[in-house]
Design a protein around this ligand. Structure first.
Ligand SMILES: Cc1cc2nc3c(=O)[nH]c(=O)nc-3n(C[C@H](O)[C@H](O)[C@H](O)COP(=O)(O)OP(=O)(O)OC[C@H]3O[C@@H](n4cnc5c(N)ncnc54)[C@H](O)[C@@H]3O)c2cc1C
Length: 424
């Protein structure tokens, strides 16, 4: 018979996937007294967590929103545009796109915005708490999140994002051209407006953050294993046996944090999540003499320039194609010249290029909650464009809910994860 006892200190917990989501969970659960195993087929931080833009962003704007379906055809034909979709992928992922369209209704978008902000508003404090006392403290910078517009039309067209934030009560400042110049004096002068979220944070090296989190978990007693999970099997008592390329593991509990690769494991645990790999790219340049204080998101081009500790990073693009298709760097390379326009003096010789897979859901919300097949497995994946932002707060919410869920103490509103449930 399935054992419904609450998750409790002293139990063994296997976390599958050592990206930012899994590594943050490893520290959180190890601090709460669990015997954690953090498993990845690769080194910690090798997946999507390696090369993102470093923004911890209090977002309230789901990707699916009214009006977007009308903009998509234009985006698809724009060679510099942020979106590329291979026709074969549109067919293969048809249910995902259909669901995405459904989420574009005003009512659904509003619900998703509320649920998204309920997590992202706590993201920065959760990260600060998680890194306290670790070497990762120096990686976090309190510089907010800055979006710039190169035209009044662009500013007007993106009003819905600001409206979502305003309705959620999120701190937000609109900057004039002069105010923007004072904030980022080296940025090109053609940006006419800006939006600044003062409560955002910037991580100067997300890969290193992930490595430090994994190392912190290890210091707290966690085992870090480099193994590839191949199969999960739910036992009659609800425990999950995890088979890998090297061993068979029988932990008390399992958490799925395999990012864009989580779907097959979720299926073995009773769910059919709407999850696709939304691929994004980055290019690295040398640190310029006159750089930036913070990441800057150029809204019209949907690109971010990020002053990482080891170089200037350009991130961009939403590419829907086969998860394991070879990278196609052409769109990224076309945008390199735009990076040079954005920050005059930037040497746009590409030092390094990268592609990563965002684990994306049609409603922009993660899957966070117990697996349908057994309360001894927990989903923690599908963090879309905000996996760095949401890792620490997801880990905290998962621990609160899982440890309380079957004790009868589940009356605390912050433990309500129904918006992020597996079957939705
Ligand atoms: C260009 C770009 C820019 C971005 N910018 C931002 C940003 O500024 N802010 C933000 O919050 N988010 C951003 N994101 C999104 C963010 O990077 C992701 O949401 C996040 O990294 C997802 O983390 P994860 O741990 O779920 O996945 P991953 O980092 O992909 O980790 C999953 C891990 O699971 C492992 N795994 C998979 N299958 C198996 C298996 N069978 N056995 C063992 N291990 C397995 C993988 O090896 C991998 O290490 C960006 C993403 C991209 C691509």
């Amino acid at each position: 018979m399935t054992d419904h006892s609450p998750a409790q200190p002293g139990e063994t917990l296997l976390i599958l996937g050592a990206g930012l989501v899994g590594s943050a969970a490893a520290v959180t659960f190890a601090r709460r007294g669990f015997k954690v195993t953090l498993m990845d087929r690769d080194l910690p931080g090798s997946g999507a967590s390696h090369g993102n833009a470093g923004g911890i962003v209090p977002s309230a704007s789901p990707l699916a929103q009214p009006g977007l379906p009308f903009d998509v055809p234009k985006m698809l034909f724009d060679p510099l545009g942020p979106l590329s979709l291979k026709p074969v992928q549109a067919i293969k992922s048809f249910p995902w796109f259909l669901r995405f369209l459904k989420e574009c209704s005003a009512a659904r978008a509003e619900d998703n915005s509320i649920a998204l902000y309920a997590l992202t508003r706590d993201a920065a404090p959760a990260w600060k708490e998680l890194v306290r006392g670790t070497p990762a403290e120096s990686l976090l910078r309190d510089v907010g999140w800055l979006k710039v517009y190169s035209s009044d039309e662009g500013f007007r067209n993106h009003a819905p994002e600001r409206d979502f934030l305003k309705r959620r009560g999120a701190p937000l400042e609109l900057l004039s051209q002069d105010e923007l110049r004072r904030m980022e004096p080296n940025l090109a002068k053609f940006f006419v407006r800006a939006m600044w979220q003062p409560d955002g944070l910037f991580v100067r090296n997300p890969r290193r953050l992930c490595e430090i989190m994994a190392e912190t978990a290890r210091e707290l007693g966690a085992a870090i294993l480099q193994e590839q999970a191949t199969d999960l099997a739910v036992q009659p008592d609800g425990r999950v046996v995890v088979t890998t390329d090297r061993a068979i593991h029988r932990p008390d509990r399992v958490m799925i944090c395999a990012g864009a690769y989580s779907k097959r494991f979720a299926k073995q645990l009773g769910a059919a999540p709407m999850l696709v790999a939304e691929r994004g790219y980055h290019a690295m340049f040398d640190v310029p003499e006159k750089g930036l204080e913070r990441p800057v998101f150029w809204v019209e081009n949907s690109m971010v320039l990020c002053p990482m500790e080891h170089g200037m990073r350009l991130t961009t693009q939403s590419e829907f194609t086969d998860i394991d298709a070879p990278p196609d760097f052409r769109r990224l390379e076309r945008l390199v010249a735009e990076a040079g326009r954005m920050l005059p003096g930037l040497d746009t010789t590409i030092r390094d290029r990268w592609m990563g897979r965002r684990p994306s859901t049609p409603d922009s919300l993660p899957y966070l909650g117990p697996a349908p097949a057994t309360p001894r497995a927990f989903f923690n994946f599908g963090h879309n464009h905000l996996g760095l932002t949401l890792s620490a707060v997801s880990a905290r919410r998962a621990a609160d809910a899982w440890m309380d869920a079957w004790t009868g103490r589940n009356d605390h509103s912050s433990h309500d994860l129904s918006k992020y449930r597996a079957l939705r």
